[in-house]
Design a protein around this ligand. Structure first.
Ligand code: ATP
Length: 260
């Protein structure tokens, strides 16, 4: 089948969604954003702002956390995602890497990677091999230790494995939740480089990060969430110049100096 022309390739449209947990806790209110085909969009915000909730809504994992989309709509191309069906999201090409590098600690690197392709029942073995080759080329450290228990990998290697496992499903849109969390600066740089490579290979990325410097350097467009609402949106380079973002998320004083 020929590739779809760029203007018909799927984009993610989150349209004025409300999300609640349980009966009462409102986590997102009228949140909208778009991730174009092949783009990188960053979502910034303090703890509890609702960033993870937004990723869960898109990846269909909200229900696992007793949450629900109670208003608005999420579309990925022609597919409507309702926050309740992770398999439908994966089949549409949308895959989330959860926060906290949740790898299967007792399984080997290889077994973790294989778990990432499960559920794609109609996939030809050649496609699985291509996905695996892509992952092992991106992450030579994983290729060197296929039989090592995932729980014995370093934090950075576990993050690579978590991303690699998601890539085994050949996503067209990758949802990344705080990939730099708890990693040493050199490893953060390596993860940023990997995100660039993944995007250059044609995968769009919706990136949730507390490391705003990293996120804004990777993203084309960014949004700032505050207590469940989008407060600021714009091209990443422009947001990086606004006083509020520099002060609150980049740790600078408004005269351009680093905060004490
Ligand atoms: N499973 C849940 N049940 C009830 N409330 C939840 C649940 N998960 C998150 N919340 C609440 O929803 C709000 C948004 O949380 P969320 O985890 O999406 O924020 P976040 O911006 O990703 O924060 P963090 O950076 O700390 O992960 C918070 O008030 C949080 O306490």
């Amino acid at each position: 089948m020929p590739e779809a022309p760029p203007d018909e390739a799927p984009a993610l449209h989150v349209e004025e969604i409300d999300v609640t947990y349980g009966r009462a806790l409102s986590a997102l209110r009228s949140v909208s954003l778009t991730v174009p085909h092949g783009g990188v969009v960053a979502l910034l915000g303090a703890n509890g702002a609702g960033k993870t909730t937004l990723l869960r809504a898109v990846s269909g994992t909200l229900r696992l956390h007793r949450g629900a989309v109670t208003a608005g709509r999420i579309r990925y191309g022609d597919t409507v995602l309702d926050g309740r069906d992770p398999v439908a999201a994966v089949r549409a090409g949308v895959v989330q890497v959860p926060e906290g590098r949740r790898v299967f600690a007792g399984l080997s690197v290889d077994e973790n990677l294989r778990a990432g392709g499960l559920g794609l029942t109609r996939r030809a073995p050649a496609q699985t091999r291509r996905a695996r080759d892509r992952v092992l080329t991106l992450f030579p450290r994983l290729a060197e230790r296929p039989h090592q228990a995932a729980g014995l990998l370093s934090g950075g290697e576990q993050q690579m494995l978590a991303i690699g496992r998601a890539l085994m499903a050949s996503p067209r849109l990758l949802l990344l939740d705080e990939p730099s969390l708890g990693l040493a600066p050199l490893m953060v740089d390596r993860i940023a480089q990997v995100v660039r490579e993944i995007n250059a290979q044609g995968t769009a990325v919706l990136l949730v990060e507390q490391n705003a410097g990293m996120a804004l350097s990777l993203a084309d467009h960014a949004h700032v969430l505050e207590v469940g609402e989008v407060r600021l949106s714009g091209p990443a380079a422009e947001l990086a110049r606004t006083d509020a973002v520099r002060r609150l998320y980049l740790g600078e004083t408004t005269d351009g100096q680093g905060a004490a």
